[in-house]
Structures are given as structure tokens and as C-alpha cells.
Design a protein around this ligand. Structure first.
Ligand code: UP5
Ligand code: MG
Length: 241
């Protein structure tokens, strides 16, 4: 499935992610488009480790780190936390996971995030899963979420939408120009969205196998139908003669 980039030749990696090959899928989409919800499903079915940049930043606030207050203020304003902070958290989580395939959810959020991640880790995403959803629907979901997130209030939600349109969409456009975007209609019910997601993650050879299987069963059914017709003809002729 797609390319796997070897991060071993990047000095900036500091050896931390070195000598390992990683499969990385960026999961992008507006606030409330369902990134976290679908990532949980993908983890169950396809064995990826889910790294939500937002969750890592929120955990950093809780941990009482020196960056905590700065991160908290940025999130309240819907602003994008400096790349070096987020990338360090992502790198650490990748190392600690022991896995080699990752869903990076909600990152990169702007061109600077994207370029910095690539140059620091040497990793390019295999593809980008993009959840497309109207603001009206996303707003409804966020206002109904009730998980006590400080940024789920109407003022911050509107700011998050603006940042998404201005800073994050260009990242999606960049990957579109490289043919790496897999766009999903995320306005549908959760199960239907996941059906579309599964089709993206199911390896091509699996899809071919399924198609061959269904081709074979179609031919078998057709044969049986024709055979049945022949027997019917035979008996009709015998009965009438
Ligand atoms: N829901 C989900 N799918 C549904 C469906 N198909 N139909 C009906 N309901 C559906 O879903 C949101 C809600 O909708 C849930 O209640 C769910 O049940 C329901 P969720 O899966 O949580 O959506 P998600 O896209 O993950 O929404 P989230 O709010 O997490 O997206 P954001 O991108 O806004 O939040 P994130 O946590 O990534 O970032 C928060 C902030 O952190 C940013 O605004 C920014 O300030 C900061 N940040 C950075 O600075 N840098 C980063 O790299 C990352 C974050
Ligand atoms: Mg999320």
C-alpha cells in the first residue's frame, strides 16, 4: 500500500526514529468532521496506532509542563501551536508506541507544520484521509459533544473553522496536487463513513480477491440458471410429446 519512507537518513531525527520504516497516514478534516471517531474504528480493523495531535497537546497541558499555559491559551483561541512543540510530542509518542504504522490525526494544520514534520522526521505520509463535512453539521456535532472541551463553545468553534479554511485547507490542496488525498463524505452516519474509510484501507490485492470471488459466484449462479432452464425445457418437451 503506497510508499513507505525510511526516516533513517535524517540527522534532525536525532537517531530517535532512525533505522525504522514507518507507515504514516495523516487524517485531516474540519473540527468535528469525525477524525477521532473514525480513527478509533481504523485502529480496531487495521492495527494502526492513533495519534491525535490535539489529544497529545491536551495531555501536555494536564501534565503541568512548562508549555502548558501557552498551549492552553492557543487552544482556547483556536490557534495553531508552534510546530516544534507538536512534532516533539508526536515523535515521542511514535517511539513509545512500538508500532510502525500511525494515523496522525489533526496534524499538519498548516504549511509550516507540514514542512517541519517532513524535514525533522524525514517521513512523508502514505496518503491523507480527508473528511469533508459542512460547517453547519460540524458545528451541530461539536455543540452536542459534551466532553468538557474548552474549545467546544460557539466563539472558539467559529475561530477553529476560520483557521481550518485559511491554514489547513492549503495543506490538503498541497497533498491533492501530489495525488495523495483520499476524500471521504463525512456528513453521513458514522457506519456509512466507516464503510468508505474501509475501502481506502483495504489493500488493492484484497479488493481484487473480493472481485474475483464475486465474479466466480456470479458465473456459477449464471451456469446454474442456464442448467435449470435446460432441464425445464427437456421436461416440458417430454411431457408434451
Ligand atoms: N460524530 C462523529 N462522526 C459523526 C457522524 N458521522 N455523524 C454524527 N455524529 C458524528 O467527532 C465530533 C463529534 O461528532 C463527536 O461527538 C462524535 O460522536 C460526533 P470527533 O470524531 O471527535 O471529530 P474530530 O474531527 O476529531 O473533532 P475535533 O474537535 O477533535 O477536531 P479538531 O481538529 O478541532 O480538534 P483537535 O483536537 O485536533 O485540535 C484542537 C486544537 O488543538 C486546535 O484547534 C488547535 O488549537 C490545537 N492543535 C494544534 O495547535 N496543532 C495540532 O497539530 C493539533 C491541534
Ligand atoms: Mg479529534
Amino acid at each position: 500500500m503506497g510508499t513507505v519512507v525510511d526516516a533513517s537518513n535524517k540527522e534532525a531525527n536525532g537517531g530517535s526514529l532512525s533505522e525504522k520504516k514507518f507507515r504514516v497516514v495523516f487524517v485531516l478534516g474540519g473540527p468535528g468532521s469525525g477524525k477521532g471517531t473514525q480513527c478509533a474504528n481504523i485502529v480496531q480493523h487495521f492495527g494502526f496506532t492513533h495519534l491525535s495531535a490535539g489529544d497529545l497537546l491536551r495531555a501536555e497541558i494536564k501534565s503541568g509542563s512548562e508549555n502548558g499555559t501557552m498551549i492552553q491559551n492557543m487552544i482556547k483561541e483556536g490557534k495553531i501551536v508552534p510546530s516544534e512543540v507538536t512534532i516533539k510530542l508526536l515523535q515521542r509518542a511514535m517511539q513509545e508506541s512500538g508500532n510502525d504504522k500511525f494515523l496522525i490525526d489533526g496534524f499538519p494544520r498548516n504549511e509550516e507544520n507540514r514542512a517541519a514534520f517532513e524535514s525533522v522526521t524525514g517521513i512523508e505520509p502514505e496518503f491523507v484521509l480527508f473528511f469533508e463535512c459542512s460547517e453547519e453539521e460540524m458545528e451541530r456535532r461539536l455543540l452536542n459533544r459534551n466532553q468538557g472541551r474548552e474549545d467546544d463553545n460557539i466563539d472558539t468553534i467559529r475561530k477553529r473553522f476560520k483557521v481550518f479554511m485559511e491554514s489547513s485547507l492549503p495543506v490538503i490542496e498541497y497533498y491533492k496536487s501530489k495525488g495523495k488525498v483520499r476524500q471521504i463524505d463525512a456528513a453521513k452516519p458514522i457506519e456509512e463513513v466507516f464503510e468508505a474509510v474501509k475501502a481506502v484501507f483495504t489493500p488493492l490485492n484484497e479488493k481484487v480477491k473480493h472481485r474475483h470471488r464475486s465474479d466466480a459466484s456470479w458465473s456459477f449462479n449464471r451456469c446454474m440458471r442456464q442448467f435449470g432452464e435446460k432441464i425445464k425445457c427437456f421436461w416440458t418437451r417430454r411431457v408434451s410429446s
